[in-house]
Design a protein around this ligand. Structure first.
Ligand SMILES: *[C@@H]1O[C@H](CO)[C@@H](O)[C@H](O)[C@H]1NC(C)=O
Ligand SMILES: *[C@@H]1O[C@H](CO)[C@@H](O)[C@H](O)[C@H]1NC(C)=O
Ligand SMILES: *[C@@H]1O[C@H](CO)[C@@H](O)[C@H](O)[C@H]1NC(C)=O
Ligand SMILES: *[C@@H]1O[C@H](CO)[C@@H](O)[C@H](O)[C@H]1NC(C)=O
Length: 294
């Protein structure tokens, strides 16, 4: 994929104290050489954010919910497919297993019982760390109604689950568990798109935990991407679960909003990531400003 996305995160000492986030899609590998984000680890991030450029070039469409055969590169199919990525991360994600939507091959939408909407999709999903891709079928059911409920997803991407990451997870678990001091980190990635190698597992845990929010918050009108872990703190526990307090920034592509969430979750190799608490933090006005060219 020659197109790359550069997420520039600039912390400004503004009135609110929130970081101001500029997300700037750039096309062409040539641009990369001159930019500080052309570091090795942007490869991984470009995969996660790989879909963004599709939308950067698309005009915001009206929210007329298309039915029948969908254009696989347009919003309705892409939004529904993105939910599959979040679902897979919540079910199977770990510090060593992360899923990303690579492409949508075909999609179909229909109204079903009452006001529900069913999407049937053929997509390619990538497991980012082992860099393997599988073509999967998926069904996404959006439930409308008074009380918002998260979308229901059915999919089978069995090939992607075959990689055994248990040994790596166990080693990381022991390392975190045994350490005298509790871990903490800030700005993953930093404003240059860089993440220290030993901080990557914390970034990956943040992506998995954020997928719980993104799955829960997604509707036919949204498209969520992980933007940054503002900070991550390990908390002391008395049981076998490692416990973390995270402040994450999510990018909602349709409204171009950056939303802040506080997450409390646990992780252990046998139990995976379990979110105990998720709370959206007060709205950040600075973050809505159009991308700056500094
Ligand atoms: C992932 O695999 C594809 C093809 O299998 C290859 O072209 C690409 O360079 C790989 N990406 C990374 C980051 O290793
Ligand atoms: C233990 O924690 C300290 C402080 O966070 C860190 O510098 C060190 O690398 C950690 N050690 C291991 C083995 O993770
Ligand atoms: C998901 O969101 C709904 C409201 O949108 C909320 O009531 C529910 O508690 C959320 N689920 C979790 C696990 O936080
Ligand atoms: C975490 O980051 C947010 C956003 O930058 C900031 O408001 C908050 O004070 C930070 N919390 C800690 C514990 O550093």
């Amino acid at each position: 994929m020659s197109l790359r996305i550069i997420v520039v995160l600039a912390v400004l000492t503004g009135v609110t104290g929130w970081p101001s986030v500029t997300i700037r899609p750039e096309a062409g590998a040539a641009d990369m050489s001159a930019h500080p984000s052309s570091e090795p680890d942007t490869g991984e991030r470009a995969e996660i954010f790989g879909q963004l450029e599709v939308f950067a070039e698309e005009e915001a469409e009206e929210d007329v919910m298309a039915s029948g055969e969908l254009n696989p590169s347009h919003y309705p199919a892409q939004r529904a497919a993105k939910v599959v990525q979040h679902y897979l991360n919540t079910r199977y994600g770990s510090p060593y297993r992360l899923f990303g939507l690579q492409s949508v091959h075909s999609g179909n939408a229909e109204d079903v019982a009452g006001s529900e909407r069913k999407y049937q999709l053929e997509i390619s999903v990538q497991e980012i760390i082992s860099n393997t891709t599988e073509k999967c079928s998926a069904e996404v059911l959006f439930l409308r109604g008074e009380q918002q409920r998260s979308a229901q997803v059915k999919t089978s991407c069995e090939e992607l689950l075959k990689f055994n990451t248990k040994a790596q997870e166990e080693a990381l678990y022991q390392q975190y568990k045994m350490n005298q001091s509790l871990l903490s980190a800030q700005h993953l990635p930093d404003s240059y798109g860089h993440i220290e190698p030993d901080m990557k597992p914390l970034w990956h845990l943040g992506i998995v935990a954020s997928s719980f929010v993104m799955l829960n918050e997604s509707s036919e009108n949204t498209l969520y991407n992980m933007a940054q872990v503002a900070n991550a703190t390990q908390l002391a526990t008395e049981n076998d679960q490692l416990k973390f307090d995270y402040h994450v920034l999510l990018h909602e592509m349709v409204t171009q909003e950056i939303v802040h969430w506080k997450l409390l979750f646990t992780w252990s190799p046998p139990e995976g990531v379990k979110v105990l608490q998720m709370e959206q933090l007060p709205h950040c006005h600075d973050c809505e400003k159009p991308p700056k060219t500094n």
